[in-house]
Design a protein around this ligand. Sequence first.
Ligand code: DSN
Length: 482
Amino acid sequence: MTASAPQPAESAAFASALELIGAVEPRVAAAIRQELNDQRESLKLIASENYASPAVLAAMGNWLSDKYAEGTVGRRFYAGCQNVDIVESVAAEHARELFGADHAYVQPHSGIDANLVAFWAVLAQTVEAPALRDAQARHVNDLSDAAWETLRRELGDQRMLGMSLDAGGHLTHGFRPNISGKMFHQRSYGTNPTSGLIDYDEVRQIAAEFRPLILIAGYSAYPRRINFRLMREIADDVGATFMVDMAHFAGLVAGKVLTGDFDPVPHAHIVTTTTHKTLRGPRGGMVLCKEELSEHVNRGCPMVLGGPLPHVMAAKAVALAEARTPDFRRYAQAVVDNAAALAEGLLRRGVTLVTGGTDNHLVLVDVSAHGLTGRQAEAALLDAGIVTNRNAIPCDPNGAWYTSGIRLGTPALTTRGLGTAEMDAIAELIHTVLVNTQPAAGPDGNRSPAKYVLDAATCGKVAQEAANLVAGYPLYPAVDLG
Ligand code: DSN
């Protein structure tokens, strides 16, 4: 999305849409307009966010939204789904071809939903549970309480092994606050305390002891590649199903930056993802799997999903078509190059990074050396116009709320066209904020994990430089709303 002149068609399309909306509810039209302005002005380093193309956005705003289409292509619970069938088939075809998957299911509304579809598919395929087959064969609303009770009994004690939350794993990989933590008994593997890297021997040892039904790999805050060939070997040794949640790095797989041992699709039995992060599509999810799991995956709706969102599936089809182009490959490589440049810039200035660097799209900064919590660093950076999010680091003494880390990611700024020189400039800005922010006392006089002081002059100077940086790389340059 590098600089180009406003295009009359794109500008007119979005301006007309806003006019229509504004005639009914002006506050909503104003908020949409303001969101564009805010995003244009923000130096966004949230590792899980991106900017979808105007074509992807436009695919979501239309009458496909009006259609109910529970079931899947060829097996709908509603009549009149011929156009939804086309959209869903095209998205699935692109996904299969792009990722080299046997099967693609493009209905999940989010990453959590995609994971739930995958968990239930694995349970249905591997656990002898007639009640589950029965549940899948009907509409979920038709199940009696007694049927659910039987189902729970039959599923029994199932186990999942995933990456620990503070090492960068995800809540939906069997942790208590998520339903997966209630469906499965969970154990985690962490990272080596010295290198910060996954210790595959440790994973092997825990898997041998714990014997999980599902071994899951994937992360939301691990700045390194995972060797999926090794993980699959470990799963095979203990008879586990190997699942990968590639939500964060799907765009790097699509863009052929992650290949061979680092491409999950050939190695995993089942792969889930979101479509809005590095993949740069609409907000949503997707499941890819081997043929033997496809029938169970296709029962995701109505087993665990509400009615599909045909307009979002249309946008997924558009985004996946975009991801098949040479341009997208260049983009994926630039995301990783930019993350490396950001990491090098921070390291050169003495900032501590978990694992000492990155080889994917994200960087995890340990801010404890600056005497700060992640929450203080996140807020001070935001004051200075730099949008990040706080994140726990391995064995974090400040827990998941205040944390000791901030997570930085390059997918969004790379979409705007910023390159490695700008990443070095951003490293300078981040370093300036970190060294000039001091923890402050709370109302009781004690040091507070949330309060901080950043002098106004430094804050203003960094904010101005951040604004200048993004101003040079206009967002949605083809859209001029007047
Ligand atoms: N919320 C996503 C992230 O920021 O990584 C993961 O679900």
